[in-house]
Design a protein around this ligand. Sequence first.
Ligand code: WTA
Length: 652
Amino acid sequence: MLDNKDGVYTPSADFVKNAHIDSSKYSEMYAASVSDPEGFWGEHGRSLDWIKPYTKVKDTSFAHDDVHVRWFEDGTLNVAANCIDRHLATRGDQTAIIFEPDDPAEPAQHITYRELHRQVCKLSNVLEDLGVRKGDRVILYMPMIPEAAYAMLACARIGAIHSIVFAGFSPDALSARINGADARLLITADYAPRGGRQTPLKSNADAALLHTRDDVKMLVVKRTGGQTTWVDGRDFDYHELMLEADEVQHPVEVEAEHPLFILYTSGSTGQPKGVVHSSGGYLLYAAMTQKYVFDVHEGDVYWCTADVGWVTGHSYIVYGPLANGGTTVMFEGVPTYPDASRFWQVCDKHKVTQFYTAPTAIRALMAKGPEFVETCDLSSLRVLGTVGEPINPEAWNWYNDLVGKGRCPIVDTWWQTETGGHLLTPLPGAIATKPGSATLPFFGVQPVVLDPHSGAEITETECEGVLCLKDSWPGQMRTVYGDHERFVKTYFSDYKGYYFSGDGCRRDADGYYWITGRVDDVINVSGHRMGTAEVESALVAHAKVAEAAVVGYPHDIKGQGIYCYVTLMNGEEPSEELRKELRTWVRTEIGPIAAPDLIQWAPGLPKTRSGKIMRRILRKIAEDDFGALGDTSTLADPSVVEDLIENRMNKK
Ligand code: WTA
């Protein structure tokens, strides 16, 4: 049992005894990792298989005029060989991937390391035959099927750089990312079954290719065999090409700093950024965090419920677990299909030992009632994890009591697309937890809290401010694809000499960190990052919209909902239909995850005399916090605010 004293949960003696890291080992290793990063990472870096071993460990600088991040720079390796080939001798027959399809009646697949090797080698040959070479970018727009993992690993095997576009994104978002990466190959599927419904990926991809160069090819996995259109010479059938492909393929040697993937993520401007991750440092960091944060042991069955379209799926479904030679579950479906016990049925069926999900899923399932959990045998579970947004204590307790039966440490992991892996997180056998806190830094991570106004580092233990990092860690992003200046400007300019996370935080008397949420114009909807500027540009692209401002508001299940203030063009009349039309519009422009929850018609937006929208006020109105509107004396027209308050939308 976890011991709960004053809201602090300590792991049982039994758990600690079997854990990789206990509290004294954590303190010792953490101290070593920050006092001598070269020595620490130099030693741990050797846990990977290098083709040419590195002699240099760390060359990093956060100085504004010279930002660079390089790790293990003169070493070479192959990421896929690290995730597959090196395990063949000892665990060729062990299951690497358990595939659990959307439909529970469809049998699960157990893919061994040997079979994974075969599939990835063949696909690597297929990609090479299609003209893909080291350094080329390949876009993946895939369901959560084993072929998605094969495609990632095949790219890595030939040194190509994958960029995954979440299957919930629209054709427009897809074509923007194909063009942004200047890719010539798109790997997709006919349909993506999810929750009993099917997303038509192939037809979305067809639509996307209308807005790209003409020579982009498509490799299509026939997942359902449903009807699609086919363009001969452009579209290729995955399974047909795989049938003929050679099984022998030698992994391509790449430099440690060679980009492994690009992943687009939202920021405070309208355009998503292509976050670039490296091969050597990234893989080491993903592997080490996966092993220690989930305390993974031989024979474990580890399940992260994320989608490979997000960074969590990259680091904690594919690269981390496979680099460690583990067994990882890939789940195609959703938590509530066929009913709200699906997660727990899958845990029961595959005897899952570590389970990692998002607070929004926990809240949604909590709302359905305890019986969906209670009917499943969850005795195999040992560690539970959460990611993506702050977890409210109510959800934490439900997770702890009902799912973990009070015996499983909960690791609340704080990190970002940019960080490649966990930065603040408990290690389950070492760090006592407090519901809602991501606790303490992982090895080598040096968090600091800065005063948001002066930018000065706050040295008192108990404090609140913006969360920055003082020094690099191997999993850190290297640049924004094609725009290093934007990398410097976004992360190293507001607070010189530090990496700025964009999050606010509080540090308590025990030195524990509590993330308070984004301090920029990014909102967190169901654990997904959404730039409010992106939704605004989608709205103003509609012919009837003159102006729009988008903010987040507290939402019971999603964490934050999307609240839009919309000013219509002269002569346009507000109506329920138009509201629906705008909602559909944003869904097609960006994707369903960006669909507005509430749209308020705003005859005017609160602006300063110089024309700047005062978002602070809009946020307060959306939060129903009228008492705290703050200084409104700089408003050009204060009556605008009164109108907005009077006509605010009622939240559900
Ligand atoms: C938020 C997801 C509180 C945070 C891995 C961060 C969290 C953003 C947590 C990154 C957590 C992530 N507690 N907030 N445990 N984990 N966040 O890039 O605001 O999709 O900056 O990466 O999610 O989202 P991203």
